[in-house]
Structure formats: structure tokens, C-alpha cells
Design a protein around this ligand. Structure first.
Ligand code: NAD
Ligand code: IPM
Ligand code: MN
Length: 371
């Protein structure tokens, strides 16, 4: 093995450590078998960061993130931290790491494994067409706009406010990512906005249109976000790549996830510019949260996290053959084994760790076949 990659795990809270433990098994198996070398490290984020350092994105974590070749995150948040000051909440740690690493493009691919068509919330003929790449702008929009705050109006009354902003530069860089992805897929890009109501979205639409002129081979359309939610749930096959502002992408991706069978199935990659070593600044995490309702019970589906690691293999390491083997392993496992969220008649119900073990065993078989 020529190179060894520094892989930093940020397990976080709730089911975060449970699902990243399964990813770690996959990475350790690849290292042990001499397929890809990983030096594995761990650091705190979210509620775990707050508990250990009174900071949801501790300085030490920020330092180690920059030393790492790729970063794999579990999930953050939970009822334990609801009374923590707002700027120290676990979720703030996630927003901080995204901003700190300048991860402006969040890729959330929603597709349905054939094995899971019956587990979807939709009818088979509708769900069969779902294969969409949601490209979510991740460090702008109403999530980060200034001014923001809560003002005291007296008499126990308050006014909370946020600012939705988008600039030409912020939209251009994420639009270019989306157009390039569309070019490599079905050459169709639907840009989502609310340009009928919000000025920030007028800039969004104008900028996407102007970037689109450089991509004449990609068919560009625009859709208001409310209609997009309806269209996604009724005619998902029309979408190839959806380019979304931050808040719209957050909401539409949970909807798309549920359609794939479970929120526990949807992976993501958050990408920024290149590091000095040529690899992209990148953070991989499942789309789901810390799922406090099932944490600590071995019920969490680790596949969204494992499929996020598949994205890491592709987008950070360019290890497509290994990524293909992992994807095939996941599909094979779904033939027989299910966590409770995707359980169907005739399948064997297993816990989080067994699901991970099964994926590792099948990935090894798959890799032995291609070797
Ligand atoms: P959630 O995504 O944690 O859970 C929503 C529902 O989906 C729950 O019923 C949960 O049990 C189920 N679910 C989620 N992931 C699953 C998995 N892998 N396997 C099986 N079932 C799964 O959303 P929530 O309940 O609204 O939020 C809980 C906490 O997580 C909050 O603190 C929230 O802020 C945080 N959160 C974090 C992230 C993140 O870290 N990226 C994302 C979303 C929410
Ligand atoms: C997500 C989450 C986060 C977001 C929260 C936890 C900050 O919901 O990654 O989808 O809103 O971006
Ligand atoms: Mn979300």
C-alpha cells in the first residue's frame, strides 16, 4: 500500500457514534486487507464537544480537521443540550465546521435500491424513477445571514429575526458544482428558489441563469420550492440534479430520504475547494440527525453513514472500484437483512452492529471477486 490516508471520525451524539462505529469497521477492513490504508483518529463535535470542552466545535477539533485527508461525521444534538446557550448548542458545532472548512456544496444523492422499493412511502411506479442528486448550498442563505437575533420588546414579548442573503459569488461557486455534476449525469438541472417572493432568491435565479450560459449542454429549468416539494413527492423521475438554497435543500432532502425507504439511507458529502495536498476539503455525514428516540438501542440504520463513506471513497480518494464494491455489498445485504426502519416481511431483522458486520463480509467477498 503506497499511501495511507488520515481519516478523522467525529462521531458526535445520539446514534452518531453507533453509525460511525460501523463505518470504522469498513475502513479498518480495507486497511487490514491492504486495499486502502487509513490512519484512523477521533475528535469531539456537537454535544460531545460541549461536554468535554464547553465548545461544540473545539479548537482541537478544528485543528485536526485541517490535518485530516477526509472527515467522517456521525450526527449532533439531542435533548441533553436544549438548555445550553444557543451559540453553544451542538447544531452550532456542525454549522461552524461547515463554515470553517468552507464547505459550500453539499451533495445529497437520493436513489432507491431495488430491494427497498417496498419500504418507500410511495407507490412502486412512482418511486422507481427516483434518482436525484440534491446539491444544497451549505454556508449561506438564511442560516448565516446577518443581522440575526432575538430582541426584547418588554412585557415578556420578543422579536426573533434572521436575514436571507445570497450574493453572486456565493451562488456562482455552488452552481458550477451542480452544473458539472449534471454534465456527468443526465445533463438536466432544476434550480429551486422562491424568486416570486424573496430578493435573495432573485439574485439566486439570475446568477444560476448566467452560470448556465457556460453549460449549453445542460438543460436548465427553475422551480419554486413549494411546487418542487409537490413535484418531488408525485413525479420524482423528472429530476436529475436539483440545485437548492440552504434551507430549501435541508427540507427537500429529508423528503427525498423518506422516499428512498428511510432517513437512515441518505448519505451526503460536503465539499469545498482543494487542500494543499490536492484532495478536496470534505466532510461526509449521513443526512439524518442524532435520533434520540432510538439512540443506544442498536436500532439505528448505519447504511446512510456507510454510503457516506462510499462517497468519501469516490469524491476524496477517487477509489471508484472500492466504492462500487461497497455499494454492491450494501445492496446484497438489503436482500436479506434489515434494521427496524426498513423492515419488511420475509427479511431478517438485525441490529446496527450486525448490519455493519454483514456489509463488511460482503464487501470483502466482492473485492476478492474483482481482485
Ligand atoms: P432525526 O433525523 O434525528 O430523526 C428523525 C426520525 O428519523 C426519528 O424518528 C429517528 O429515529 C429516525 N431516524 C433518523 N436516523 C435514523 C437511522 N439512521 N436509522 C433509523 N431511524 C433513523 O431528526 P430530529 O429528531 O428532528 O432531530 C434530533 C436531533 O438531531 C436534533 O438535535 C437535531 O437538531 C439533530 N439533527 C442533526 C443533524 C446532523 O447532525 N446532521 C441532522 C438533523 C437533525
Ligand atoms: C442537516 C441538519 C442541520 C442543517 C442542522 C442539524 C444544523 O438538519 O444537516 O440536514 O440544518 O443543516
Ligand atoms: Mn436536515
Amino acid at each position: 500500500m503506497a499511501t495511507s490516508y488520515k481519516l478523522l471520525f467525529l462521531p458526535g451524539d445520539g446514534i452518531g457514534p453507533e453509525v460511525t462505529a460501523e463505518v470504522e469497521k469498513v475502513a479498518r477492513a480495507l486497511s487490514a486487507d491492504g486495499v486502502i490504508g487509513f490512519e484512523i483518529e477521533h475528535a469531539d463535535i456537537g454535544g460531545a464537544g460541549y461536554d468535554a470542552h464547553r465548545d461544540p466545535y473545539p479548537d482541537e477539533t478544528a485543528y485536526r480537521v485541517k490535518e485530516a485527508d477526509a472527515v467522517m461525521l456521525g450526527a449532533v444534538g439531542g435533548p441533553k443540550w436544549v438548555d445550553v446557550p444557543f451559540d453553544k448548542r451542538p447544531e452550532q458545532g456542525l454549522l461552524d465546521i461547515r463554515k470553517d472548512m468552507n464547505l459550500y456544496a453539499n451533495l445529497r444523492p437520493a436513489f432507491v435500491f431495488d430491494q427497498l422499493i417496498g419500504a418507500s412511502s410511495l407507490k412502486e411506479h412512482i418511486i422507481k424513477g427516483l434518482d436525484v442528486m440534491i446539491v444544497r448550498e451549505l454556508i449561506g442563505g438564511v442560516y448565516f445571514g446577518q443581522p440575526r437575533g432575538i430582541e426584547d420588546l418588554g412585557n415578556g414579548k420578543k422579536r426573533g429575526y434572521n436575514t436571507a442573503t445570497y450574493s453572486t459569488d456565493e451562488v456562482t461557486r455552488v452552481a458550477e458544482v451542480a452544473f458539472n455534476i449534471a454534465r456527468a449525469r443526465g445533463k438536466t438541472l432544476c434550480s429551486i428558489d422562491k424568486a416570486n417572493v424573496l430578493e435573495s432568491m432573485i439574485v439566486w435565479r439570475e446568477t444560476v441563469t448566467s452560470v448556465g450560459k457556460k453549460y449549453p449542454d445542460v438543460a436548465l429549468s427553475h422551480m419554486y420550492v413549494d411546487n418542487a416539494a409537490m413535484q418531488l413527492a408525485t413525479k420524482p423521475a423528472q429530476f436529475d440534479v436539483m440545485l437548492c438554497p440552504n434551507l430549501a435543500g435541508d427540507i427537500l432532502s429529508d423528503l427525498a430520504a423518506a422516499m428512498t425507504g428511510s432517513l437512515g439511507m441518505l448519505p451526503s458529502a460536503s465539499l469545498g475547494d482543494k487542500q494543499p495536498n490536492g484532495l478536496p476539503y470534505a466532510l461526509y455525514e449521513p443526512v439524518h440527525g442524532s435520533a434520540p428516540d432510538i439512540a443506544g438501542q442498536g436500532k439505528a440504520n448505519p447504511l446512510a453513514a456507510i454510503l457516506s463513506f462510499e462517497m468519501l471513497l469516490r469524491y476524496s480518494l477517487g477509489a471508484h472500484a472500492t466504492a462500487d464494491a461497497l455499494r454492491t455489498a450494501v445492496a446484497d445485504v438489503l436482500d436479506s437483512f434489515r434494521t427496524p426502519d426498513i423492515m419488511e416481511d420475509g427479511k431478517i431483522k438485525v441490529d446496527t452492529a450486525t448490519m455493519g458486520d454483514q456489509v463488511v463480509a460482503r464487501m470483502r467477498k466482492q473485492l476478492a471477486k474483482v481482485a
